[in-house]
Design a protein around this ligand. Structure first.
Ligand SMILES: *[C@@H]1O[C@H](CO)[C@@H](O)[C@H](O)[C@H]1NC(C)=O
Ligand SMILES: *[C@@H]1O[C@H](CO)[C@@H](O)[C@H](O)[C@H]1NC(C)=O
Length: 383
């Protein structure tokens, strides 16, 4: 057992628990889970403000759980690079770095998490099967409250890069998320059952959604985000199973999409499971070469998950405001609002839209969509 050196960080007044003092080796080859666990446990069980410090260098880290509750504010300062294992025995675990049940956690630093995704991507079967094995999420945050994630970089996660489950009061800022456009299901930030989440000043390039909201996401505030490549910022897919919680109060502001498949999207499965989506606001959004800049798709259906055309979505979408959205679409239908026949969209607002198609006039397409068009409408509104 290493005795820890008590260092007072003048600014943060935190007791520092340096992983190297617990035996971590920054050679990129030695597994450091034991040293990291010990540093975490000591920090977490010490009263007052503490900080686990990962200095510069490359640390191999096998899957690990950092669990609370802790006795005070707990920092996790990443200055070096954490490198995930490429050993297949861990691919079924679903996580690489998992924080659970911590209040007042601060994950920050200039360092990065390298998920070593290329080793696992060939094992992704999610495009072929509806129930596929979920490959590890790089940073999995479960039941984390009143906390921040700031400054870190995530590279090449095996699947989702940051996943939030049952979090409340979390600010994610100044993060960089990077994976190739063709990496499978590498959503940047995915969330479910999470409330009061703010994501800002961040850059996300990935192979799936930059940000995705699943059931139970409420009061989500996104601003100053650069997304691309990727599949855009998505609500859904919803309506996949029974008893899904509603999604409400999402605001996306002052953000830019570059070369993405979608810009702002809501998608629901064409199934019989009911839920509600309400109060979404998209404002000051710049689209640069985006295939579907504005899209509501309630006919979402992939082979094996539902029968094409067999049913109509029971997810009710209402009060969705698209305001001040401009730029270029790489498809003709720049505004695509395909709502459910049995639950038509209500209260859609198209307000000051200026989207051009590079090969001719852009169009808008509506089915079962009700609402108002205000201000400039390029393409002409179909509402
Ligand atoms: C809609 O969502 C915003 C947050 O984006 C929130 O401030 C507002 O209170 C919500 N409005 C309603 C009617 O729920
Ligand atoms: C909007 O985003 C740009 C950069 O994309 C930034 O310079 C500007 O400060 C942001 N404006 C607001 C009001 O946040």
């Amino acid at each position: 057992m290493f005795s820890f050196v008590f260092v007072v960080n003048v600014e943060a007044q935190a007791a520092v628990f340096d992983v190297v003092r617990y035996g971590a080796v920054a050679d990129g080859k030695t597994d450091n889970t034991k040293a990291f666990s010990e540093a975490w446990n000591q920090a977490c069980q010490t009263r007052g403000s503490t900080m686990v410090l990962i200095p510069k260098g490359t640390y191999l880290l096998n899957p690990i759980i950092f669990e609370g509750p802790c006795k005070g504010r707990t920092g996790f300062s990443i200055q070096g690079t954490l490198k995930a294992s490429t050993d297949k025995q861990y691919f079924g675990l679903g996580y690489w770095i998992n924080f659970r049940y911590v209040n007042d956690l601060a994950i920050d630093g200039r360092g990065s998490l390298d998920g070593q995704g290329p080793s696992a991507w060939p094992y992704n079967s999610c495009s072929k099967a509806s129930s596929c094995r979920v490959l590890p999420t790089s940073l999995k945050l479960d039941f984390i409250t009143n906390s921040i994630v700031n400054g870190i970089t995530l590279i090449d996660s095996k699947q989702v890069q940051i996943n939030l489950f049952a979090c409340q009061g979390l600010k994610i800022s100044n993060v960089k998320i990077q994976a190739p456009a063709d990496s499978p299901n590498t959503d940047g930030i995915h969330m479910g059952k999470s409330i009061d989440i703010e994501i800002f000043n961040s850059e996300i390039s990935t192979g799936d959604d930059c940000i995705s909201l699943s059931p139970g996401s409420r009061n989500i505030n996104v601003h100053n985000v650069l997304c691309g490549p990727g599949h855009g910022i998505s609500v859904g897919s919803l309506g996949k199973g029974p008893d899904e919680d509603d999604v409400e109060a999402l605001a996306v502001r002052n953000s830019t999409f570059v070369g993405t498949e979608n810009g702002v999207r809501v998608k629901t499965w064409a199934t019989n499971y009911p839920s509600n989506v309400r109060n979404l606001t998209y404002d000051q959004i710049h689209m640069v070469n985006v295939r579907n800049p504005i899209i509501i798709d309630q006919k979402y259906c992939l082979t094996g998950n539902c029968k094409q055309g067999s049913s109509s979505s029971q997810v009710q979408i209402r009060d969705v405001k698209f305001r001040n959205i401009w730029g270029d679409s790489t498809s003709e239908v720049a505004v695509d609002l395909e709502c459910s026949q049995s639950r038509p969209c209500q209260g859609i607002e198209l307000n000051n839209i200026d989207l051009v198609y590079n090969k001719g006039p852009a169009r808008s397409y509506c089915s079962n969509a009700g609402g108002v068009a205000l201000g400039r409408q390029t393409p002409p509104s179909c509402l």
